[in-house]
Structure formats: structure tokens, C-alpha cells
Ligand binder design. Structure first.
Ligand SMILES: [Zn+2]
Length: 312
């Protein structure tokens, strides 16, 4: 082979360049390119891990952080600068920090959803989309609720769209991405059926919760959030607002007070003490408690915790 190459060098240098390129391409064909993936939230890092197991994946936030408010730290800027793909919830969740990161990282690859920017919310129907928004409403999500990762069907739609995005960015590895998606999809659909059966006793249960973090979860399980610890989206619970929730709880039909892993529990604890309602923390995402190591165990943990609380 080498001898042959030596011969072709003397004969035609253009030909050897073409041969080398072909050889390099054949290597790419056998493995996924090592994509650098920047996930805005841990649920999308987990989804990326399931769909692109060979990629280098970085999560900008943890389940203990408020995804609405993130500091554009130099380490985040550096990570976004190296990214081939950025995966975020979208629907305005990251509006307070992602544009700044994009500007400072100056990485053209992750500037547009035509290329390496992926917004999950663009691939599903969001809940609670608003026609009109004004400042008096607080920090509302006008494009609909972006906390969509607790709806198994929507998350599967997102996974499907993300699979297409991965193939667009790294077409040579299409067979591997497709196989990973099929595997995820099969396991996810089977798990969804199991969770629905398990969570059946939660149907019709009413809760008071913090923000609309679990809007999709409650919607999926047929639960109802009858009160919000936030007087308005983005505002902490005020004394007068907590008092109004206290009188709402007196109706006696509320199961529990729910807070997400990153939220301040003080308002919930205050209300819990005065109403004798259990306060239950739920992991907002993967890593939000010890049991939630991937998307599957996250769902399992959230349902298990809700079932335990319902028996209190
Ligand atoms: Zn929100």
C-alpha cells in the first residue's frame, strides 16, 4: 500500500491528495464525530447523553440552580465557545442569560437554530401560551411554559427532533444516532406506560406549588395546582399572599405543598406549619436528588415521592 502510494506520488500528486481525503473520510464513517454539546439545563444534558453517547456533554446549570437566572460566568462562555451544539428549553426560559453568553462566546455555530442551536420548546406545543403580556403580570412565560421535560410524550417529540439535529450536524454517524434514538424511544415508551399505571392514584389530587415548574407533570398525571407560592411569576412569596394560600388550604382538599429542588423552601415551610400540609421537595431535574441519575430515574423518583406524600 505504502509502496503504491509512493508510486502515485511520482505519478500524480493530485491523486494522492484525493486518496488521503478518502481514507480520512472512511475513519469518520466508522465513528461519531466527538461533538461538543452545551446543555442549558441538566435534563437536556441527560437527553443528549442518551442520544449521542460519544459526545462531550456539558450542563450549564444543575438541578439546584434556578434556570431562569444564571450568571454569564467566564467558564460558561468558554464552554459555549467550544460548542458544536447548544440544547436549551427555549420559550424564553434562558432569555435572561443565553443571549449574553452567545454574544460573549462569539461562536457562530450556536447562534441560529438552522445550525447548532436547538430549542426544545420549538418542537412541541407549549402549555399556557399568552396572547398578550404586560409588565404588571410579572415574569411570565409568554411563549408558553418552558418547563416541558416532565411530559413524557413531549419529551419524546423533543428527542425525535434532537435526533434529526444530531444527524444534520454529524451526518456520517446517522446509523449510530438513529440506533440510540430507537433504543431510547423504545425504553421511554415502555416506561411511560409503567409510570402512568403507578401514578394513577395521583389523579385528581390538588397541590399548592412554587412557580409553574411542574405544570406539565401535573397536567400529565391529572393533578391540579390550586395555588402558587409566587404572588406573580418571578416574585418570592409575600406575607399577604401566603395568608391567602392559608385560607385556600382551609378548604381541606389540598394534598401537599410542592417545591422544586432549586427553590427557597421558607414560604412553603411557613405555610406547611400553619396548615398541617406536608411540604414535598421534588427534583427539578436530573441530579436534583440522589435517586435522579438520568431521565428515567428522575421520573421514577418524582412519582414515588408524590405517591408517598399522598399517603401522609
Ligand atoms: Zn419558569
Amino acid at each position: 500500500m505504502l509502496w503504491l502510494w509512493g508510486l502515485t506520488v511520482r505519478i500524480n500528486s493530485k491523486f494522492i491528495k484525493a486518496s488521503c481525503a478518502a481514507l480520512a473520510l472512511s475513519f469518520v464513517n466508522t465513528a461519531q464525530a466527538e461533538l461538543n454539546i452545551f446543555a442549558c439545563e441538566p435534563e437536556y444534558a441527560a437527553l443528549a447523553k442518551a442520544l449521542a453517547p460519544d459526545a462531550n456533554i456539558y450542563s450549564a446549570t444543575t438541578a439546584m440552580q434556578d434556570p431562569h437566572q444564571v450568571q454569564a460566568r467566564p467558564s460558561l462562555i468558554a464552554k459555549l465557545r467550544q460548542a458544536d451544539l447548544a440544547i436549551c428549553a427555549g420559550a424564553g426560559l434562558e432569555v435572561g442569560w443565553l443571549p449574553m453568553l452567545q454574544m460573549k462566546s462569539a461562536n457562530a455555530k450556536v447562534r441560529s437554530t438552522d445550525n447548532g442551536l436547538f430549542y426544545a420548546a420549538e418542537h412541541i406545543q407549549t402549555l399556557d401560551k399568552l396572547d398578550k403580556v404586560d409588565r404588571s403580570m410579572g415574569d411570565v412565560h409568554a411563549q408558553g411554559n418552558p418547563h416541558l421535560h416532565f411530559d413524557p410524550e413531549r419529551l419524546l417529540q423533543v428527542a425525535q427532533a434532537l435526533n434529526l439535529k444530531l444527524v444534520q450536524l454529524d451526518p456520517d454517524a446517522k446509523p449510530q444516532y438513529d440506533a440510540a434514538f430507537t433504543d431510547f424511544s423504545t425504553r421511554w415508551q415502555a416506561a411511560t406506560v409503567k409510570w402512568q399505571t403507578l401514578a394513577a392514584p395521583l389523579k385528581g389530587k390538588k397541590v399548592i406549588a412554587y412557580h409553574t415548574s411542574f405544570r406539565y407533570l401535573f397536567n400529565w398525571l391529572g393533578m391540579e395546582q390550586v395555588g402558587d407560592l409566587e404572588p406573580k411569576p418571578g416574585l418570592p412569596p409575600s406575607t399577604s399572599h401566603l395568608a391567602s394560600l392559608q385560607s385556600r388550604a382551609k378548604q381541606g382538599d389540598v394534598m401537599a405543598i410542592i417545591v422544586a429542588s432549586y427553590q427557597d423552601e421558607r414560604g412553603a415551610d411557613w405555610l406547611g406549619e400553619r396548615t398541617d400540609l406536608p411540604v414535598q421537595m421534588l427534583p427539578m431535574s436530573v441530579g436534583g436528588n440522589d435517586d435522579s441519575q438520568d431521565l428515567f430515574s428522575l421520573y421514577q423518583s418524582v412519582i414515588t415521592l408524590l405517591l408517598k406524600t399522598s399517603q401522609k
